[in-house]
Ligand binder design. Sequence first.
Ligand code: COA
Length: 335
Amino acid sequence: KGSIIMKLKNVGIIGVGSYKPEKILTNSDLEKMVETSNEWIVSRTGIEERRIAEDSQATSDLAYEAAKKALENAKVSPEEIDLIIVATMTPDYFTPATAAIVQDKLGATKAAAFDLSSACSVQVYALVVAQNFIATGAYKKVLVIGAETLSKVLDWTDRNTCILFGDGASAMVLGEVEEGYGIKAFHLAADGSGEQALLVPAGGSRKPATSETVENKEHFLKMNGKEVFKFAVTVIPDTVAKTLEKAGMEMSDIDLIVPHQANYRIVSAAAKKMNYPEEKFYMNLNKLGNTSGASIGLALTEAYENGLVKKGDNLVFVGFGAGLSYASLVLKWAY
Ligand code: COA
């Protein structure tokens, strides 16, 4: 009765790009910094080395490099971008938003800009936010950037955490795509009862910075590894099943899964639970470690550049991490 039926647009990724800082930190470098071994790190996580940003590089600098490449790949100019979302847990500042800094650097003069925070599942969250702006016709082109300088919030004397993470950035341009292509379904979730499992305790409003918090190293990432591990292995199959059910698809329809790159053993255990071949999970954490909000895009860009992602392929992205939070989406690759 008097309602307007709006045809939603199909929204897909139309360009990807990434940036890896030059400096490589290997497991044998870490052996000189903390009580650990290459063998321990590789067998527990699959990580061999990670990239580390320069002291002079902030998250927006990495984000900018990845964004330029994604825009080139999409053949879209900065002036065509309507919105920039930077997905990160290591922003340049509390305020202003890192996305605004990137907007200026890119010369994306017409773009709105904001950051999104949901730890390692944030890039999937950001893609869904972007999808909705474009599906409704509000915006035409949205740039989603995942960028992290985790090296700056790590305690380099804590072997429980410092061996796991790395720096990097990835970017995706989203726009309208042909009928039948693009994002088909998603599932976003959180379980905030796991707040303490993975967090930076101080520096926020719960515990503002004091000389004591600095002395106690409370501005660095703390983690309960076992709890996060169990959580991840449970939620990956759960969220992917929910997304595929919404899309009316089966695991056998999926050509490639691009998971958050946290730990090879997490992905391997999840693959077993899902009864889906491990080789179809694209992994590059051996060279990059866990880059949190940047990791899915870094893996996706590499898979695309290696010719493993082709037009018509059905891809699943799945993220999980602090919050606790988790998320997945399924899309048909459009170019
Ligand atoms: N090098 C050598 N020994 C280490 C170590 C390191 N870098 N880090 C921890 N250890 C020690 C522990 O102190 C422990 O010693 P103890 O038995 O004397 O106390 C021993 O190794 C075993 O630790 P444990 O925690 O049982 O190992 P694990 O098999 O659970 O692996 C993680 C630890 C961190 C690799 C694993 O729990 C994990 O990957 N969790 C998920 C983390 C993650 O991905 N977080 C981000 C999600 S987005």
